[in-house]
Design a protein around this ligand. Structure first.
Ligand code: HEC
Length: 122
């Protein structure tokens, strides 16, 4: 019986952990579904939505120089609340009501792997 309890406890723990942080695989799916049409599958800002008359270019996430100017908190902020929240274009939609906190944290990590940069600290 004790052994069973231990197994159950571990299962609950593992489940809680999985809920709290999105896996890289899940994040890749979220990115592909919600972001790639503008930012491109590889995050180069060249998604199929971006036509000639698109008023602003979606950020190229592989541009380390630009991405280094933003902290992780800045990235999270613009993803949650959209372009206008950070005085950028409304062409960048807010995702706070669509995605979970864990999804957004996962996306921030994903963007850091694309730019291969750490971003502004603090
Ligand atoms: C409808 C097109 C569109 C979609 C979909 C979209 N974006 Fe954007 N995004 C933009 C545009 C356009 C900008 C640039 C806004 C500007 O520079 O004024 C932008 C800017 C950003 C920035 C800010 C970069 C900076 O330099 O401040 C981040 C971060 C970002 N997008 C992340 C995401 C993520 C993550 C997703 C998916 C959840 C996503 N975007 C989906 C169009 C889009």
């Amino acid at each position: 019986m004790k052994k069973l309890m231990t197994i159950v406890a571990f299962a609950v723990l593992a489940f809680t952990f999985a809920m709290a942080s999105a896996t890289a695989e899940e994040t890749a799916k979220v990115f592909k579904f919600y972001c790639s049409q503008c930012h491109g599958l590889e995050g180069k800002g060249d998604g199929p939505n971006v036509t000639k008359d698109f008023p602003v270019s979606p950020r190229n996430f592989t541009n380390a120089k630009e991405m280094d100017k933003l902290s992780d908190a800045d990235l999270k902020n613009v993803i949650m609340d959209g372009g206008p929240a950070v005085s950028k274009s409304p062409m960048m939609p807010p995702w706070g009501k669509t995605l979970t906190d864990a999804d957004v944290d996962g996306l921030v990590k994903h963007l850091r792997t694309l730019c291969k940069c750490k971003g502004k600290q603090g």
